[in-house]
Every structure is written in structure tokens, then in C-alpha cells.
Design a protein around this ligand. Structure first.
Ligand SMILES: Cc1cc2nc3c(=O)[nH]c(=O)nc-3n(C[C@H](O)[C@H](O)[C@H](O)COP(=O)(O)OP(=O)(O)OC[C@H]3O[C@@H](n4cnc5c(N)ncnc54)[C@H](O)[C@@H]3O)c2cc1C
Length: 467
């Protein structure tokens, strides 16, 4: 090809913006980004409600496995960040248990504690050679029956909205959980907490504007004329390499990086009923996010907590973030208010009443003691995302592999959280790097590490101050 290839990008979330930034960094200006919404950010957007509270789509914690991503974050917000020590807890049996749960089971009531220890002792002599097929197999192999029954199974059902025996094990890779029976026993005897928030467990959060501020800034630093908002792709012609939009307009491309959900992309492909038919095989769960804004200050036991896990079925949420702890500016009147944000999962196996869910969350907050029994919230913000978690369903990789290979034959690279449908590489840093690495593959023929699940920190940033 004599002219540079025109690369079309679908979606202005972290994946699409990462791809766009990398193209500019490489001096490749032949690209166009098309986003259905009016602004950038995708699932990493933030919202300000009528009472002035800022909300993410679930508490977004910024992890990073890459220097390039760190440099992008520096370029986005400079030093307008708040640094945090990651402090996570489990609330169950009407008590707090520090995370990681397995190291702190001494805090459990005696019957639960004995069940957990029983299972761990059995594990020590168990046969570990049998093949694992499901996520439940993996949990049982790592934690034993007691820990699984008391925490791992109920908690994972609440997060995924599918029971662990209906999830695949392949996405866990070679991961091994840190279960050290001798240490656990010593902690039990000494009634000693072992917390995961050491010196390396820090994260940063935008000082203003929530997580979405990052992506607004990234988009704002990219050439405006190459970004097209309010543009929904409604069809893709693989043979002609053409995108079709709602108004019938078309854009031709040489290569396409798509970060829209892969099942939706397949359904848009013209003349390939075989690919469209595969869309029905993909499994996802939905996310309900309920933000509750309150006057005054948080109760004493919430003042330093970042987020809390809730394995019991008595509360609707699997996780709650003390969102006002992330930045004082996440509330309407800093210093005078505080906020909580709950995440509730939904699937056909775990239905949620959309009319009731916000009310149920507030009632559970009162029951647990986060709010006084008679306290009224200043604000309740609610949003449901049809696609929240890309479920690692049984047999996932046997579907993803051939589908992606077929798309790549036409220079279509489906990347990002729902573009690859790989939960294990679906946080913001992974998504950005999937976009970046897809550009490398198209323009330079380099390998895509993150997409293949290796997460290698191979790329030196040539911009910003990585520190
Ligand atoms: C409840 C929840 C909690 C999370 N917590 C964290 C966390 O703590 N830390 C973290 O790093 N990440 C977290 N994430 C993940 C984070 O949101 C994603 O990593 C990130 O947003 C994925 O980026 P993406 O660009 O791949 O996809 P998206 O953000 O989904 O962006 C895709 C974009 O494509 C656009 N699009 C879709 N269809 C079309 C079309 N037909 N035409 C044009 N445009 C289209 C969409 O409008 C969207 O803007 C969380 C996600 C959820 C749901």
C-alpha cells in the first residue's frame, strides 16, 4: 500500500483512546474515531447528579501494570490526583473481616471457623492432579470446602451473577491463591489480622471529576477533528472494509479497531450469518450502580475504608465503595457530606427488580448501620449497564478464538473489555494497552501481549513524565 492505512476506531473508551493516543505518538495521523455517546469515557465515564455528587459506573480503582499507562495518566491529570492506601474489608456475620479473607478467618464465629479449617486440613492431603474444568473446581482446589461454602461460593455468585460451576477455569491461567495453612493457624491462635494494604498497595484517584475526568482529558488532548461523537456504527461490511452509520453515511477503512461489545459487532456484520449467529453464544452480566449521597460525616468505622465486599444474600450488593473517601470533591459540599456507591449484579440466574433496587440498597445501608434508621439520603443516583462484566462462561475460549481469527482475516481487531470478552484483561490499564498494542500490530507488526493474556511491560513511553 503506497498511502498510509486509514485506521477506524469504534468507541472512545480507554481502548479507543489508547489506540488514538498511540497513533498520534507514532506520527500516524490517518485515523478516525467514532463514538455513539456524546462524550468520551465509555464504562469509565463519570456523572454529576443534581445535588452535585460525582459518581463512577462502580468504584473505579486505577491499577497499572505498565509504564506507558502510568505516563498516560500523568499526561492526563498532571498532579491532580489523590493517593490512597487500598483498604478492603468483608462484611459478614455482622462483623468486619479484613481482606484477604482467608488470612483473617479467626474473626469468624466458631462454627464457620472450624468449617474453614477442616477444609484447609483436608486440602493439605488432597489429590491435586485431577483436571480442573470450572471456576468452582479452582476455588475448591485452592481454598477447600469450608472456605468455599462460607465465603468463596456465595461471594462469587453475587459478583458474577452465575454460580462458579457455570464459569470456566481457563481465564484464571496459572494463578494460585495465597493460602498458607501454617500462617492462617498462627493468626487464629494469636487472633491476629493480616491485611493486604502494605506499602505497595496504593492507588490514585482523580482529585476532581471522578474517573471520567481522566478520559475527558485524554480525549481533549487528541485532535478534535479526528474524533466523531454521537456517531453510532450500525453495520460493518467486512469485504468492502466499510462502516455504516445510523444516517446511512459510510466510512471506508483499511484496518478497524473496535471496542464495542464483540457480540454486538458480530450482529452488525453484513452478509455473514455464520458470524452473527455466534453472537448468541456470548454470556454477560449486567451492573446496577446505586450512589447514595448523605449529609454529615461517615460513621467512624468507614472513615478509612475504600471498598467492602458483601457475600451474604441479605444485602443486594456484592461491593460498596466509600466514594467520598476517594476524593473530597466527589460530594456536592466537601467536608459536609459523604457518599456510598453500591454495585449489584444481574443475570437470568440472578434477576434484579429494577424498580426496587435503589430502595433495597438504601434499606440495606440502614440495616447494616451505614445510615441511621430514620436517615434520608440527600441524593440517590441510579444507573444500569446492560453489559457490566464479560462472563467467562464455560467454553468461552473455544468461541472467542475462531471468531477473532476470522475477524483478523479482514483486519478487524476487536479489543478492550467487551471487545475481547476477557475479564482477566479488562480493567482500564489492560484496555488502553490493548488499543495501543493493536496499533503496534497493524502499523509495526509487533506482538499483542495483553490481548494474548501476557501483560508484558514492553513499551517505553516517549511522552509525558512517567516518573
Ligand atoms: C461495575 C464496574 C466496575 C469497574 N471497576 C473498575 C476498576 O475498579 N478499575 C478499572 O481499571 N476498571 C474497572 N472497570 C472496567 C472499566 O470500566 C473498563 O476497563 C473500561 O471502561 C473498558 O474500556 P473499553 O474502551 O474497552 O470499553 P468501554 O469503556 O465499554 O467503551 C466502549 C465504547 O464503545 C462505544 N460504542 C459501543 N457500540 C458502539 C457503536 N455501535 N458505535 C459507536 N460506538 C459504540 C460505547 O459507547 C463506549 O463508549 C469496571 C467496570 C464496571 C462495569
Amino acid at each position: 500500500m503506497s498511502r498510509p492505512p486509514f485506521i477506524a476506531v469504534i468507541g472512545a473508551g480507554p481502548t479507543g483512546l489508547g489506540a488514538a493516543w498511540r497513533m498520534e505518538e507514532l506520527g500516524h495521523t490517518d485515523w478516525g474515531l467514532f463514538e455513539a455517546q456524546d462524550e468520551a469515557g465509555g464504562l469509565s465515564r463519570s456523572f454529576v447528579d443534581d445535588a452535585g455528587f460525582t459518581w463512577d459506573i462502580g468504584g473505579h480503582v486505577l491499577f497499572s501494570h505498565y509504564r506507558w499507562f502510568d505516563a498516560l495518566m500523568d499526561a492526563a491529570l498532571g498532579d491532580a490526583w489523590v493517593e490512597h492506601v487500598r483498604e478492603a474489608w468483608v462484611w459478614m456475620r455482622e462483623r468486619w473481616i479484613p481482606y484477604p479473607f482467608q488470612n483473617n478467618i479467626w474473626r469468624l464465629p466458631p462454627d464457620d471457623l472450624v468449617a474453614c479449617l477442616d477444609g484447609l486440613v483436608d486440602l493439605a492431603t488432597a489429590d491435586r492432579s485431577s483436571p480442573m474444568r470450572t471456576f468452582d473446581d479452582w476455588l475448591m482446589r485452592q481454598f477447600g470446602t469450608g472456605l468455599c461454602d462460607v465465603f468463596m461460593r456465595p461471594y462469587n455468585f453475587k459478583v458474577w451473577a452465575y454460580p462458579p460451576e457455570k464459569l470456566d477455569v481457563g481465564w484464571m491461567g496459572e494463578r494460585v491463591a495465597t493460602v498458607d495453612l501454617k500462617r492462617i493457624l498462627a493468626n487464629v491462635v494469636h487472633e491476629r489480622d493480616e491485611v493486604g494494604w502494605g506499602p505497595n498497595s496504593t492507588f490514585r484517584f482523580p482529585l476532581r471529576g471522578g474517573t471520567g475526568a481522566i478520559w475527558k482529558s485524554v480525549a481533549g488532548q487528541l485532535p478534535r477533528e479526528r474524533q466523531h461523537y454521537g456517531r453510532t456504527v450500525t453495520a460493518v461490511d467486512l469485504e468492502a472494509r466499510r462502516l455504516v452509520f445510523e444516517d446511512g453515511e459510510t466510512v471506508d477503512y483499511d484496518a478497524l479497531i473496535s471496542s464495542m461489545p464483540l457480540d454486538c459487532l458480530l450482529a452488525l456484520i453484513r452478509g455473514r450469518d455464520d458470524l452473527a449467529a455466534r453472537a448468541g453464544e456470548f454470556v454477560h452480566s449486567s451492573s446496577h450502580i446505586v450512589g447514595v449521597g448523605l449529609d454529615g460525616a461517615p460513621p467512624e468505622d468507614l472513615t478509612t475504608k475504600c471498598w467492602m465486599y458483601f457475600p451474604e444474600s441479605s444485602s443486594p450488593f456484592y461491593r460498596v465503595t466509600v466514594f467520598s473517601n476517594y476524593s473530597p470533591n466527589n460530594v456536592g459540599r466537601p467536608g459536609e457530606q459523604w457518599s456510598l456507591m453500591a454495585e449489584v449484579s444481574e443475570s437470568p440466574e440472578k434477576p434484579v427488580d429494577r424498580e426496587r433496587v435503589a430502595k433495597d440498597v438504601v434499606e440495606a445501608f440502614r440495616r447494616i448501620g451505614f445510615m441511621r434508621p430514620d436517615e434520608q439520603p440527600v441524593s440517590v443516583w441510579y444507573r444500569r449497564m446492560e453489559r457490566g462484566y464479560p462472563t467467562p462462561w464455560l467454553g468461552r475460549d473455544e468461541v472467542l478464538g475462531p471468531v477473532q481469527a476470522e475477524l483478523e482475516r479482514y483486519d478487524v481487531f476487536s479489543r478492550g473489555r467487551f471487545g475481547t470478552w476477557k475479564y482477566e484483561v479488562s480493567n482500564q490499564d489492560h484496555s488502553v494497552m490493548q488499543g495501543v498494542e493493536a496499533v503496534g500490530r497493524i502499523l509495526q507488526g509487533t506482538e499483542e501481549f495483553t490481548f494474548s493474556g501476557r501483560m508484558e511491560d514492553w513499551l517505553e513511553p516517549t511522552f509525558g513524565s512517567a516518573g
